[in-house]
Design a binder for this molecule. Structure first.
Ligand code: ADP
Length: 288
């Protein structure tokens, strides 16, 4: 039976469970896991996952800056901090309050510019409490952030994904209907296989890669304004071209960004970083 017939008949007997050599959108591709239902009182038009091959490359920074750019341009925006073992979104936005329950679900925190934020740090008793849970429990919590949080009516929800290509990101991709991902990388990772792994995982899961961001790409000399590429000439264009994905931005190491993020004041950043996200939202058919 060919692929089209198989789909039509809902018959997947020939399935080899090797999705890399098959284009059929069968249950095996999703690991047989049903997508979770969004909180019944909420609506979210588009979901964008922000991923990285490993931690510490600026995934949360890019998530925050993307959300800020979207909000500034009139999109109703939320951030789901799915980096359960290393949550940093609340700290960047200076959020130290707790989420609370209501008849509609768990109420996320809303920032002064009205970005809705949910993170494990809004639920644990102390912000410094470590999360020492096994993968399935962490995956379950992220799923609950989708099913049980009252997000309201959002145009776009950015998910700060758990780093890497392991158990937890896999569960998130399987249980939440992600419309596409943005891959964040450092210059060194671009020349290694880390980016390739993230991109290939998205392909396996049938999730479009909406763009690549090279973070910490260069520094600008404070005296002469010259760009210094500390890790040698950027490979970002070449890597993006090799994988056929859009290079959204090359972000410099900017001490102002790290300071604002450390002080919980990222929302007051007046830069134009990650405005490239507007093109992505446009391509996804979102208009304001
Ligand atoms: P990840 O989410 O990938 O673990 P973060 O976004 O938390 O990484 O960034 C790690 C650290 O680097 C944070 O302290 C953050 O403030 C800082 N940082 C990230 N990007 C930049 C940048 N472009 N300029 C300056 N500091 C940055």
């Amino acid at each position: 039976m060919n692929d089209a017939n198989m789909q039509q008949a809902g018959n997947y007997d020939d399935c080899t469970h090797d999705c890399s050599s098959c284009g059929v959108d069968c249950p095996s591709r999703d690991g047989g896991i049903q997508k979770a239902q969004l909180n019944e009182y909420s609506s979210v038009k588009k979901v964008i996952g922000v991923v990285s091959g490993k931690g510490g490359v600026g995934k949360s920074m890019v998530t925050a800056l993307s959300a800020l750019a979207a909000t500034r341009h009139g999109y109703r925006t939320g951030i789901m901090d799915a980096d359960i073992t290393g949550p940093s979104i609340p700290k960047m936005f200076g959020i130290h309050t707790k989420a609370y329950g209501s008849d509609y679900g768990i109420i996320p925190e809303t920032t002064p510019t009205e970005i809705n934020i949910m993170s494990i740090n809004l639920l644990t008793e102390n912000e410094t409490d470590p999360v020492v849970w096994r993968g399935p429990v962490i995956g379950g919590v992220v799923e609950q952030f989708w099913t049980d949080v009252y997000w309201g009516d959002l145009d776009v929800l950015f998910i700060d994904m758990p780093p890497g290509t392991g158990d937890v990101p896999l569960t998130v991709f399987q249980s939440i209907p992600v419309d596409g991902i943005i891959v964040v990388t450092s210059p060194q990772d671009l020349v290694s296989m880390i980016v390739a792994k993230a991109v290939n995982m998205a392909k396996l899961m049938n999730i479009p890669v909406l763009g690549l961001v090279e973070n910490m790409s260069y520094i600008t000399c404070p005296d002469c304004g010259r760009r210094i590429e500390m890790f040698g000439p950027s490979q970002a264009e070449a890597v993006a071209a090799a994988y056929g994905i859009r290079l959204l931005e090359k972000l410099p190491i900017d001490p102002v960004l790290s300071q604002e993020s450390d002080l919980g004041k990222i929302e007051f950043n007046e830069g134009t970083q990650m405005e490239s996200i507007l093109g992505v939202l446009d391509d996804l058919g979102l208009t304001v």
